[in-house]
Design a protein around this ligand. Structure first.
Ligand code: NDP
Length: 448
């Protein structure tokens, strides 16, 4: 049977576009549907605009630190509108680049919502197209729990379009997004209260890293409260947020609070029920090749809820395109996937946490190395800023099982360390590596 397309991709985010381009490079005829702007969460309302705002949030600190080096700056002012406009202009530029990449790869874009009618037919806008293989790469959306008044809370999707900077904000959630936005807004001068339901932020990260970040965030002026949210109410003074649990308090904040309580796959109205595709715990179930229970339909990225990171979605998609269209069987490896949290200070990690390593190998079989120091940059400004580095090593094999860092440049440094872990480096390999002096990174090769 002949189809309109060899591959039809639903979702023009990082995973969908990477798969489409790779498949097209092997000569496949590819179509892609995206009803919103190209680039998905990462480009439009995630990694990219967030990181630009992280940069913006550092300048007040840099200006203050410059005094230690002999520079004197007048206290500056910050223009939210100007920053948001510049950030969104950059996003628009990237949307254009994605369009050109699809054009160059001869991938046909359908700027419309797509819905599966069966395993080979997709309704896209008012057209119907047929495809031999279909990829679902529709990403996720913010989750809003059923708290009274939650409709008054915005999500991180909305923050990039706020006309004004919130002077006071309550942020719910102690995950990546909650922590990153708490630090961004704090750095830009907002009064930030972060409400978390556990005793520490960033569940899943190494305990030392969680502690170090949380202490640093508090030191930088963020109020972190341990509580659940009982309700949000609109009043004349602003939003009234009522907390319950460990902290029982009522906070009046600007007409704004930010819910950063996780994201969920966006599967509504996709027509999955017209196929054999299985949904387990709200996410599309796949095998190791990203194939769903419907043998010609695949899924990658956040809609499969494996590791919800842009580069993971891209690698899943490329592995799938190489396998299905490139004649080489390739599996995505989920081992030693590095990640970073762009808080202030930044954190990054690769491999096992100490707790995971202890569970897997036994605590007595581990060697844990820690180094906590003030980076040279902060000596002249005389600032109490610390960097923490940690290595977890398997005693018997000397293999480095995990590397963790909180401090300036953590993401840049851990990216390199991740290559070593992926190659199975031992502590002896780290020790045999000559450090770059003076740098913070050299601590990773000099820890005793
Ligand atoms: P996370 O899953 O990281 O964090 C969600 C937070 O919300 C947790 O602290 C969780 O608490 C809390 N929470 C969940 N439900 C409730 C509830 N009903 N009441 C109170 N608290 C609740 O989600 P994010 O939204 O922060 O981020 C989504 C995903 O996006 C991440 O998993 C990550 O993969 C990705 N991301 C990656 C970034 C990066 O790489 N730098 C940046 C931003 C996002 P608890 O821990 O107790 O469950």
């Amino acid at each position: 049977m002949s189809y309109d397309f060899d591959l039809f991709v639903i979702g023009g985010g990082s995973g969908g576009i990477a798969t489409a381009r790779r498949a097209a490079s092997y000569g496949a005829k590819v179509g892609i549907a995206e009803f919103d702007r190209l680039g998905g969460t990462c480009v439009n309302r995630g990694c990219v605009p967030k990181k630009l705002m992280v940069y913006a949030s550092h300048f007040a600190d840099h200006a203050a630190e410059a005094a230690g080096y002999g520079w004197q700056f007048e206290p500056g002012t910050f223009d939210w509108h100007k920053m948001i406009t510049a950030v969104n202009n950059e996003v628009t530029r990237l949307n254009g680049i994605y369009q050109r990449m699809l054009d160059n790869a001869q991938v046909q874009l359908f700027a419309a919502y797509a819905r599966l009618l069966d395993a080979h037919i997709v309704e896209v806008g008012d057209q119907k197209v047929t495809a031999d293989k279909i990829l679902v790469a529709v990403g996720g959306e913010p989750f809003k729990p059923q708290i009274p008044g939650i409709e008054h809370a915005i999500t991180s999707d909305d923050i990039f379009h706020l006309p004004q900077q919130p002077k006071r904000i309550v942020i719910f959630g102690g995950g990546y997004i909650g922590c990153e936005f708490a630090c961004i807004l704090n750095g830009l001068g907002s009064e930030v209260v972060q409400v978390i339901r556990r005793d520490r932020v960033l569940r899943g990260f190494d305990q030392d890293i969680r502690m170090e970040i949380q202490e640093a965030m508090i030191k930088h002026g963020i109020r972190i409260l341990n509580a659940d949210i009982a309700g949000i109410e609109k009043t004349d003074q602003g939003l009234k947020v009522t907390l319950q649990g460990e902290t029982e308090e009522t906070i009046i904040t600007d007409a704004l609070s930010l819910a950063a309580l996780g994201r969920r796959p966006r599967l509504d109205s996709l027509g999955l029920e017209n196929t054999q595709v299985e949904v387990v715990n709200g996410a599309i179930a796949t095998d190791r090749y990203s194939r769903t229970a419907e043998e010609n339909i695949y899924a990658v990225g956040d809609c499969t809820d494996r590791i919800n990171l842009t580069p993971v979605a891209i690698q899943e998609g490329r592995a799938l395109a190489d396998t299905v269209f490139g004649g080489q069987s390739r599996l995505m490896s989920y081992e030693n996937v590095p990640s970073a949290v762009f808080t202030t200070p930044e954190a990054a990690t690769v491999g096992l946490t100490e707790a995971e390593a202890a569970e897997q190998y036994g605590e007595e079989n581990l060697h844990v190395y820690r180094s906590r120091f003030r980076p040279m940059y902060y000596t002249l400004p005389n600032k109490d800023e610390k960097t923490l580095m940690k290595l977890i090593v398997h005693r018997e094999t000397d293999k480095v099982l995990g590397a963790h860092m909180v401090g300036d440049g953590a993401a840049e440094i851990i990216q390199g360390v991740a290559i070593a872990l992926k190659m199975g480096a031992t502590k002896a390999n780290f020790d045999a590596t000559v450090g770059i002096h003076p740098s913070s990174a050299e601590e990773f090769v000099t820890m005793r």
